[in-house]
Design a protein around this ligand. Structure first.
Ligand code: AMP
Length: 629
């Protein structure tokens, strides 16, 4: 199959194209309705199809003769553990855990929060929910109690699954006190908390509410997968929007399964039996699509890694895993490779390992800078591909389709649109722009299967956030352009979202916390360049008159506040006091101008700016930061 043929067909007749993709698929009942349009511009794929995502990931693979094949390789340098689970073993574990969930009163459509480190039980928990039609929401373990509480109140879970601790290098991070604190903060209370005790730390249990995972699972009866509708939600994944309230992206069973099959085969070039390594955490969308559902639904062996790119034990860690498990394809974020490069610039550690099994590397989550790209290609001798997607889409929007002929790759670009995505560029007024003209990157509706069509409990916010800015298009929030040959260049977010080590964070949420400090009159938080993390937040703060606080003192108080409320993953470490912030005459802070200055992009001070002189101080502050970095 050629890329061009697939792409053209997918745009000319999306329903026919996706009906074909969904044809050769283990539905319980094959859909007769491929695509339905709703009045508000959202779409529904495969509405009358019936399936189960856990069945597709495990039982179906066993039926295809893969029972003895390894499904999951758990490699944990932080606990010195290496363990494999065959498809049969996974199915048995998951079926029993699903039985336990049901015994605890979890039914189809109920929410379940999973707040766990990278242990295989986290993947089993996701699949167990999918097996009985419960809707899981995995919350990244790096989030502080307050963030967990926000998600508990939004998802309203019947059950919360956690572990006693996570491990960061050689540090043990107790999870249970964070869960207890979150449940004090949250209005909604799950009926029970299932706690996986890890040997590195034991959790204090609250009688009547907390249950010991191992003991409870041991006495549970396995259950079979239930039949679900294609539109039934599989999971909620919270992501940062521009406000403090996270958005609960909803992924549907049917579209997700069809899209991930397409992605694993045609984008990543993976076949059943191949070894795939998605390097991320189950707390992110990559963990869902590229550690659990994508590889397992496609009969691959998935590497599940509880470690870091460096210091576990060194910058050769990734290459050790590739050699040891004969990894055929891998995904990681550019920030990880920048960290590896910093420690091993000459690739001396890399050369200790046999990477012959590896066909290519895919990088996404943030812009892949050309220096890291070139370094990685030269040192590894492998093809390195940038590709672009979002939590909302759940699978790549632009990527080289290495499983299809002729999609081509172009360094510096995140490559061409994947079949199903009609990527275009619009100006501020919604007019289409031509090649090489920069504007808002949008996707013409309908979005292909797999992309989120609603937010949990707030459909109106979905329509307003994504579909209203440019009618007929999905608004990605990214700016950039297409070249003459349709290769896409992502220049960064056009809203108040920043990307720290590939993690999306809301500057608005940080501003709320900074502004609540008694000494702060007003503030703006922006993303500034960081060599390893891509971007880190910087708070520009105007003090209340006559407030006796030094910049140093203010900084340490604000850093503690953001760490306590959001978590260390925000990397909020820099605060600068300024005399004024650039504003419009009506008093609105000009964040777009601040972003441009921070990114060292040319800008024209807007005519609405009340006093252009204010920009001199901001430029000086940001320039001094750049020099210091
Ligand atoms: P998330 O939903 O957290 O995965 O963040 C998605 C955002 O990350 C996108 O909207 C982009 O701003 C950014 N992003 C992801 N992949 C890339 C890429 N390959 N190049 C540039 N930006 C990217």
């Amino acid at each position: 199959m050629t890329y061009q043929h697939c792409y053209d067909r997918s745009i000319a007749d999306p329903a026919a194209f996706w009906a074909e993709q969904a044809n050769d698929f283990a539905w319980y009942r094959k859909p007769t309705q491929t695509l339905t349009e709703n009045a508000d511009g959202t779409h529904q794929w495969f509405s009358d199809g019936r399936l189960n995502s856990c069945y597709l990931a495990l039982d179906y693979q066993i039926e295809q003769g893969r029972g003895e094949q390894v499904a999951l390789i758990y490699d944990s340098p932080v606990t010195h553990t290496q363990q494999t689970f065959t498809y049969l073993q996974m199915r048995d574990e998951v079926a029993r855990l699903a039985g336990l969930l049901r015994q605890l009163g979890v039914e189809k459509g109920d929410g379940v929060i999973i707040y766990m480190p990278m242990v295989p039980q986290a993947a089993m928990a996701m699949l167990a929910c999918a097996r009985i039609g419960a809707v899981h929401s995995v919350v990244f373990g790096g989030f502080a109690a307050n963030e967990l509480a926000l998600r508990i109140d939004d998802a309203r879970p019947k059950l919360l699954l956690t572990a006693s601790c996570g491990l960061e290098f050689d540090r043990v991070i107790a999870y249970k006190p964070l869960v207890d604190r979150a449940l004090q903060l949250a209005q909604h209370q799950p009926r029970q908390v299932l706690v996986l005790q890890r040997p590195q730390a034991r959790a204090e249990m609250i009688e009547g509410r907390d249950l010991d995972w191992q003991a409870a699972v041991a006495s549970a009866e396995p259950v079979a997968p239930v039949e679900l509708g294609a539109a039934d939600p599989l999971y909620i994944m919270y992501t940062s929007g521009t406000t403090g309230k996270p958005k609960g992206i909803v992924r549907e069973n049917g579209g997700n399964a069809v899209a991930l099959k397409f992605a694993m085969q045609h984008i990543y070039g993976m076949q059943p039996g191949d070894v795939w390594w998605g390097i991320s955490d189950v707390g992110w969308v990559v963990g869902h699509s590229l550690i659990v559902y994508g590889p397992l639904m496609n009969g691959c062996t998935s590497v599940f890694y509880e470690g870091k790119p460096i210091r576990t034990p060194d910058a050769g860690a990734y290459w050790r895993v590739v050699e040891q498990y004969k990894v055929n394809g891998m995904f990681c974020a550019p920030t990880a490779m920048r960290a590896v490069r910093k420690e091993d610039p000459e690739g001396l550690l890399l050369r200790k390992y046999d990477l012959s099994s590896l066909r290519q590397l895919f990088l996404a989550g943030e812009k892949l800078d050309s220096s890291t790209h070139q370094w990685l290609e030269a040192t590894s001798g492998k093809a390195v591909h940038d590709h672009w997607w979002q939590t909302e889409t759940g699978w790549p929007v632009t990527a080289p389709c290495v499983g299809l002929d002729g999609s081509g790759v172009r360094a510096g670009s995140s490559n061409r649109a994947v079949p199903g995505y009609h990527v275009q560029v619009l100006d501020d007024d919604g007019h289409l722009l031509g090649p090489n003209q920069q504007g808002a990157i949008v996707i013409a509706l309908p979005l292909p299967p797999g992309c989120s069509q609603t937010l949990w409990g707030d459909h109106a916010r979905y329509v307003q956030s994504y579909l209203q800015t440019y009618p007929g298009y999905y608004h990605t929030g990214d700016g950039g352009y297409l070249d003459d040959d349709g290769f896409v260049y992502i220049m960064g977010r056009t809203d108040d979202v920043i990307n720290v080590s590939g993690h999306r964070l809301s500057t608005g949420e940080m501003e709320d916390l900074v502004a609540a400090h008694p000494a702060v009159a007003e503030c703006a938080v922006i993303g500034v360049y960081d060599e390893i993390k891509g971007q880190v937040p910087l708070a520009l703060v105007v003090l209340k008159d006559a407030t006796p606080i030094s910049e140093q003192q203010l900084q340490s108080e604000l850093v503690a506040r953001v760490r306590e409320q959001i978590g260390a993953l925000a990397c909020f470490n820099q605060v600068r006091v300024v005399k004024r912030l650039p504003k419009t005459r009506s008093g609105k802070i000009l964040r777009a101008v601040l972003r441009k200055i921070a990114d060292q992009q040319p800008y024209t001070p807007p005519s609405t700016l009340d006093d252009p002189a204010v920009l001199d101080e901001i430029e000086a502050v940001l320039a001094s930061l750049a020099r210091a970095g």
